[in-house]
Design a protein around this ligand. Structure first.
Ligand code: ARG
Length: 460
C-alpha cells in the first residue's frame, strides 16, 4: 500500500470502500498532461523566486517528463489508494527522484492545483471544439453557395408557408452556430485566469510570483481572490451552457434532416455511409447519425443541470463536492466533439432532391402571400387582399389546382384587379427573388450572405 501523502495525523488505514468511494483517479487521470504542465510551471516559478534551486527544478521537470512519457505509453500504474491524478503523479515522482519530489507541492494545494488543471484541460478542448465547429460552418457555407437557387417550401407550424431557397435555410443553421462560436470564445476568455497560488484557500506564505506562472501557462493573469479561485466552477457551468445551446441547435438541425429523409418529405438523401439498416425490415435506411445527435442532446442538458445543482449552496471555499465537476464536463466535451465531427463530415454530403422540394413548394399555395402583395400594389387594402386570396386558395383546394395553375378568368372571379402580369408573381422563382434585402431569401442575397460569412470565418 502506498503511504498517503496526508497520512501524518491518521492512526488507522482508510476503509477500503471509502478509499474507492472518495477516489477520482478513475476519471481525473485524463488531466495528466495539464497536471504535469501546471507542476512544471509551478516548479519553474518556485526556482525563479528562490524557493527551489535550479538543480531541484530541473530534477523535478525531468522526473515529470519521464512520468508523462510512461503515461502516454500506457506503462504508468495508477493507484486508487493515491486517490487522484495529482497525488498519483507526485507520489511516483517522489519514488523516482527522492526528497526533491516532496518539495514540488511547496506553496500549493490540490485545491488550486485541480482548479488550474481543469481550466488548462478545458481550454485545449475549447480550441479543438472551435476548430470542429468552424469545419461544420464551412461545410454549411459550401452547400449554401451551391444551393443558393434551389427552391423549397419554407414552413411555419410545419405547414407550407412561403417558398425559400435551400441555401437560405442552410444559412439559418449557420447563424445559430455563429452565436454558439461566440459563446464558446467568451467562455474561454472569462475562464483564462490562473487560480494557482490560492493554495488551499487563503494564499501562501512563500514569495510566489503568480503573474509569472500565469504567463508560463498562457493565462491572461492570475485570479484576484484566493477563496473564489479554489471554489469557482462557473467556467464549467458556462461551458456546459454553451454545449447545451449548441446541442439544442444540432437537435433542431437533426430533426429536420430526419424529417427530410423520410419518404413523406423526400427532400434530401444522406449517403449510405451515414445511415444504418434494420435487422428485420430489408427496405430500411435509417438516419441514425442525426437521430443520435438529437438523442445525445439530453445527456448534455443533464450535465448542465448536474453542475448547477452541484454548485448550488456550497459554502466557500473548496469542498469535496467539487470533485463531481469532472465527469459532466468530460462527457459534455466528448459528446459535443463527436456530434460536431459527425455533422461536419455529413453536411457536405447531403444530397438535395431538388425536384421534390420544388414540387412540395408548388403544392402548398406557398405564393399566396405574393398574390396578396400583388393586390395591395393595385390598391386593395391588405386585409381585403388576404380575404380574396383566402377564397382563391379555397377554390384551389376544391379543384386541386395551385394558384399558378389557375386561368386568368378563374383568378378574376375573386378580384377584377387581377391581370395577366399576375403570373410573374405566382411563380416560385419570382416569389423568392422578390425578397431581395439583407436577410431575405432571394438567391443573390443568399450568395452575398455566403460571401460575408466566409469573411467572418477567415477572420477567426
Ligand atoms: N480530486 C480532488 C478534486 O477533484 C482534488 C482536490 C482535493 N482536495 C482536497 N482537499 N481533498 O477536487
Amino acid at each position: 500500500q502506498p503511504i498517503k501523502p496526508w497520512g501524518g495525523r491518521f492512526t488507522e488505514a482508510t476503509d477500503a470502500f471509502v478509499e474507492r468511494f472518495t477516489a477520482s483517479v478513475g476519471f481525473d487521470y485524463r488531466l495528466y498532461h495539464h497536471d504535469i504542465n501546471g507542476s512544471i510551471a509551478h516548479a519553474t516559478m518556485l526556482a525563479k523566486v528562490g524557493v527551489l534551486t535550479d538543480a531541484e527544478r530541473d530534477q523535478i521537470i525531468t522526473g515529470l517528463e519521464e512520468i508523462r512519457a510512461e503515461i502516454v505509453a500506457g506503462k504508468f500504474n495508477w493507484s486508487v489508494s493515491l486517490e487522484d491524478v495529482h497525488m498519483n503523479i507526485e507520489a511516483v515522482l517522489t519514488q523516482r527522484i527522492g526528497i526533491t519530489g516532496k518539495k514540488l507541492h511547496t506553496g500549493r494545494s490540490r485545491n488550486d492545483q485541480v482548479a488550474t488543471d481543469i481550466r488548462l484541460y478545458l481550454r485545449d478542448e475549447i480550441d479543438a471544439i472551435a476548430k470542429e465547429l468552424t469545419r461544420l460552418q464551412q461545410g454549411l457555407l459550401s452547400v449554401a453557395e451551391r444551393e443558393a437557387d434551389t427552391i423549397m417550401p419554407g414552413f411555419t407550424h410545419l405547414q407550407t408557408a412561403q417558398p425559400v431557397t435551400f441555401g437560405h435555410h442552410l444559412l439559418a443553421w449557420f447563424e445559430m452556430l455563429q452565436r454558439d462560436y461566440s459563446r464558446l470564445i467568451d467562455c474561454r476568455a472569462r475562464m483564462n485566469y490562473l487560480p494557482l497560488g490560492a493554495a488551499a484557500l487563503a494564499g501562501t506564505t512563500y514569495p510566489i510570483d503568480r503573474a509569472y506562472t500565469a504567463q508560463l501557462l498562457g493565462f491572461t493573469a492570475p485570479t484576484e481572490n484566493s477563496l473564489d479561485s479554489v471554489s469557482d466552477r462557473d467556467f464549467a457551468i458556462e461551458f456546459s451552457s454553451f454545449a447545451s445551446i449548441l446541442m439544442m441547435h444540432l437537435s433542431r438541425f437533426s430533426e429536420e434532416l430526419v424529417l427530410w429523409t423520410s419518404s413523406q418529405f423526400s427532400f434530401i438523401d444522406l449517403p449510405d455511409r451515414f445511415c444504418t439498416g434494420s435487422s428485420i425490415m430489408p427496405q430500411k435506411k435509417n438516419p441514425d447519425v442525426p437521430e443520435l445527435v438529437r438523442g445525445k442532446t439530453g445527456r448534455v442538458y443533464g450535465h448542465l443541470t448536474a453542475l448547477l445543482t452541484l454548485m448550488k449552496s456550497q459554502p466557500l471555499a473548496y469542498n469535496k463536492d467539487n470533485q463531481e465537476d469532472k465527469e459532466p464536463v468530460f462527457d459534455a466535451i466528448d459528446t459535443v466533439k463527436d456530434c460536431l465531427r459527425a455533422f461536419a463530415d455529413m453536411v457536405p454530403a447531403i444530397l438535395p432532391r431538388k425536384e421534390k422540394m420544388y414540387e412540395a413548394a408548388k403544392r402548398g399555395f406557398s405564393t399566396a402571400t405574393d398574390l396578396a402583395d400583388y393586390l395591395v400594389r393595385r390598391g386593395v387594402p391588405f386585409r381585403d387582399a388576404h380575404e380574396i386570396v383566402g377564397k382563391s386558395v379555397g377554390y384551389g383546394v376544391q379543384t386541386g389546382k395551385d394558384l399558378s395553375e389557375m386561368s386568368l378568368a378563374e383568378l378574376q372571379q375573386f378580384s377584377t384587379v387581377i391581370e395577366q402580369d399576375v403570373f410573374a408573381v405566382l411563380t416560385l422563382e419570382g416569389s423568392v427573388a422578390a425578397r431581395n434585402h439583407i436577410g431575405g431569401t432571394a438567391p443573390n442575397q443568399v450568395k452575398a450572405a455566403v460571401e460575408r460569412a466566409k469573411l467572418s470565418l477567415a477572420a477567426r
